[in-house]
Design a protein around this ligand. Structure first.
Ligand code: IMP
Ligand code: MG
Length: 176
């Protein structure tokens, strides 16, 4: 499909879906009495967010923030902000992966300043050993080792997001 051999997936579609059902059950129970607004971080979170929302047993609304990720000393930049006013709302920020933690830390601070009632974070993947700032996700799918992964929304130079599974990017593909 994409012309390169990714070998054995790190997580298959089925494993991803099972994990999402678990996360969805926890979120449905935690927000049973609430009016939840789910905010996806574009572009990486789109596949995860769409499956996660369909696994929920509660009524939710959705919005998106499009930002650039932190890279080295480059700060996070907002490309397109969300539309909803979150003052007094229960907000769940959804992202594909937490790596250094800088991106989520930045977005969390930005959103907290807008006065939500609550703000939690849900990520599919967690590269905990790479953390540069002290932050943990409230809901995390899989903890992964320090490898560069693609698929199911995760990209390398904006490619491979559409793989239906998650795979480690072969080293020889990383130069080009
Ligand atoms: P952080 O600010 O270092 O936590 O970076 C988070 C962002 O970096 C994520 O939203 C991804 O866009 C990107 N990222 C980090 N690790 C990977 C990876 O292994 N594959 C694809 N993107 C990644
Ligand atoms: Mg990305």
């Amino acid at each position: 499909m994409v012309g390169i051999d990714f070998g054995k997936p790190l997580f298959t579609r089925e494993e991803i879906q099972r994990k999402i059902q678990e996360l969805g059950a926890r979120i449905s129970s935690d927000y049973a009495e609430k009016d939840l607004l789910v905010v996806g971080v574009l572009k990486g979170a789109i596949f995860f967010m769409s499956d996660l929302l369909r696994s929920l047993k509660i009524s939710v609304r959705m919005d998106f923030i499009h930002c650039t990720s932190s890279k080295g000393s480059h700060p996070v930049q907002i490309i397109s902000d969300m539309k909803e006013d979150i003052k007094g709302k229960d907000v769940l920020l959804v992202e594909d992966i937490m790596d250094s933690g800088v991106t989520i830390d930045y977005l969390k601070k930005m959103l907290i300043a807008r006065g939500p009632d609550s703000l939690k974070v849900c990520v599919l993947l967690d590269k905990a050993e790479r953390r540069k700032v002290q932050i943990e996700a409230d809901y995390a799918g899989f903890r992964i080792p320090n490898k560069y992964v693609v698929g199911y929304g995760l990209d390398y130079k904006d490619r491979y997001r559409n793989l239906p599974y998650i795979a480690v990017l072969p080293m020889e593909e990383r130069q080009g």
